[in-house]
Design a protein around this ligand. Structure first.
Ligand code: MF3
Ligand code: CO
Length: 290
């Protein structure tokens, strides 16, 4: 970290003196670091201007998911959803982040029933009564990234699947309660894992959340099977996703080796996921996309 004088202008671009802006935060980070905690590098603390840009991107992400929610129903194919996302995103002057991301062929991930995540939209996958689906939307606007996902229940869904979807949604709230400056990401991870277990479910270990904003996927990697008091320190200005994948059966997953993307439960039981994008603030947190 560059060493600033207390009367210098703060590195974050706020225009304020360092002593009236990030000085205390930087000192506190150093204290935690000296005690052996994993702490965020300065580039993970977004500046007010970056936060503004990221929020604009998030607004589009939310609007696209709202559009999906208004139109999704039995008979719709996941390719239809892909087309909606492409059109609703580009129509607002933004770019779907998944498209061509590390070779991903479509504009959105659509994961149905026993698909855990990274489902590739297809005209052959037609939604039917009783399906549950995660639609994971990510947007780039003026270089700023947003990322959130929701579950949709198609027609009459079994009570078992409905409960999985609801508990997974509630787990996000349980995790959020742990998001505050000078706590640890593991506080949030453990809260979600405990809550899933109490409800008889399991949490996917191999895939997690991530920092997001200036890139699609930034540090830190965010686990939902982590332990209280471990993982990265949460500091105001950090932006990351909370996106646990919760399985009705066992936590084991595999990746489809025909496309190297689509993730499924090994036991064939359903999996659910909700994703929000959250900013750590001085007071706690602010949800930027959901
Ligand atoms: N949106 C996913 C996430 O939450 C990322 C998917 S990568 C993609 O991190 F290429 F499949 F889109
Ligand atoms: Co994500």
């Amino acid at each position: 970290m560059e060493k600033l004088g207390r009367n210098d202008v703060c590195w974050c671009g706020s225009g304020k003196k360092y002593k009236k802006c990030h000085c205390n935060i930087d000192e506190k980070i150093v204290e935690f670091k000296n005690k052996g905690s994993e702490v965020p590098a300065r580039n993970l603390l977004k500046t007010p201007q970056q936060i503004q840009g990221i929020k604009e991107s998030c607004k589009i992400n939310i609007a696209v998911l709202d559009y999906v929610g208004e139109h999704i129903k039995a008979g719709v194919s996941t390719e239809d959803i892909n087309r909606w996302v492409y059109e609703e995103t580009t129509g607002r002057g933004a770019i779907p982040a998944p498209l061509n991301y590390e070779g991903f062929p479509k504009s959105v991930c659509t994961s149905v029933n026993n698909q855990v995540c990274h489902g590739i939209p297809s005209a052959d996958v037609v939604l039917k009564d009783g399906d549950i689906i995660n639609v994971d939307v990510s947007t780039i606007l003026n270089g700023y990234f947003s990322d959130s996902s929701r579950m949709y229940c198609i027609g009459e869904v079994s009570p078992e699947k409905k409960r999985l979807v609801d508990v997974t949604k509630e787990s996000i709230k349980v995790g959020l309660d742990q998001v505050k400056p000078w706590g640890f990401l593991g506080d949030m991870g453990q809260a979600i894992n405990d809550f899933a277990k109490e409800n008889g479910y399991t949490v996917v270990k191999e895939i997690g959340g991530h920092g997001v904003g200036l890139e699609f996927h930034e540090a830190p990697w965010v686990s939902y099977v982590s332990k209280k008091g471990t993982e990265m320190l949460m500091v105001p200005g950090m932006i990351f996703t909370i996106e646990p994948m919760i399985n009705m059966g066992a936590s084991d997953i595999y990746i489809d080796d025909e496309n190297d993307w689509e993730v499924y439960t090994v036991d064939g039981q359903p999996s659910a996921q909700w994703e929000i994008q959250v900013l750590v603030t001085e007071a706690g947190y602010e949800i930027l996309a959901y």
